[in-house]
Design a binder for this molecule. Structure first.
Ligand SMILES: C[S@@+](CC[C@H](N)C(=O)[O-])C[C@H]1O[C@@H](n2cnc3c(N)ncnc32)[C@H](O)[C@@H]1O
Length: 248
């Protein structure tokens, strides 16, 4: 089964429980990054959003996309899972005209070349879609000079993830050079070595402006405690945000 087919089924079946566990905090802290919900106003990844044509890859219930539209962006959210989008549509109904919501695959975007100023996600499709296709598609739909930003797990966290306990250890537990595609009975996820990410970006005409490594705040709390423990993420970066510009 392709990763998209498997992940679509997974997110359709998990969506109700996922939104029950995380939806309220994601809505309350909509314009914020990662499991600690660090505000965009603090990290300043996206810059000014008013009037910007923005695409969220793997928007889920579209808390980010809705928040951006409320801030004046022309925001579109795409997601594989119709169940996740159903949660998003419930929220947009209550506010009248909302952002565009599209069911589709980040590996094969249904948009023309160069139509977005900003493409981004927060633990979205870049976790679950093949990096080569997803980065290539993000670069294709960006205008020259546009921004591609995405937050996901770091390779450091992933090589400390111990499959035998299902938790992140303080010891190296997984081969760094084995980072690639991870499939279990439910879903498929991806990670690359740092150098492989950079070579992929350059091959698609994307230049790294920054890699923002997120440290858990001292008083950190999260609804995603299974992702990493707060005391671990005080010592090492469990998440980071790649910030890339498309060259002309
Ligand atoms: C962890 S959620 C992230 C959404 C939101 N930022 C959040 O924190 O809830 C990941 C989302 O990516 C979507 N997704 C996975 N693979 C995708 C793909 N190939 N194309 C589009 N969306 C995808 C899933 O359906 C899911 O809604």
């Amino acid at each position: 089964m392709s990763s998209s087919k498997k992940n679509r089924a997974f997110w359709n079946s998990w969506s109700v429980a996922y939104q029950a566990a995380h939806g309220p905090v994601l809505s309350q802290k909509a314009l914020a990054w990662g499991v600690w919900r660090i505000p965009e106003s603090e990290l300043r990844i996206l810059g000014p959003i008013e009037g910007r044509r923005m695409l969220e890859l793997g928007c889920g219930a579209a808390q980010w996309t809705l928040g951006l539209a409320a801030g004046g962006a022309h925001a579109v959210g795409i997601d594989l899972s119709e169940q996740q989008l159903a949660h998003a549509r419930t929220s947009t109904e209550s506010i009248g005209e909302g952002p565009g919501l599209v069911q589709g695959d980040a590996e094969n975007l249904p948009f023309q070349d160069g139509v977005f100023d900003i493409v981004f996600c927060d633990h979205g499709a870049t976790v679950f879609a093949a990096p080569k296709k997803t980065v290539s598609e993000a670069a294709r739909v960006l205008r020259p000079g546009g921004l591609f930003a995405f937050c996901m797990s770091t390779p450091i966290r992933d090589i400390c993830f111990d499959p035998s306990t299902g938790a992140v250890s303080t010891k190296l537990a997984t081969d760094y050079f084995g980072l690639s595609r991870f499939e279990d009975v439910e879903s498929v996820e991806y990670q690359l070595q740092y150098g492989a990410w950079i070579r992929l970006f350059r091959a698609e005409g994307l230049v790294a402006e920054d890699l923002v490594e997120i440290q858990a705040p001292p008083d950190a709390v999260t609804t995603y405690s299974d992702f990493v423990a707060a005391n671990w993420a005080r010592r090492w970066p469990a998440e980071h945000v790649w910030k890339l510009t498309k060259t002309a």
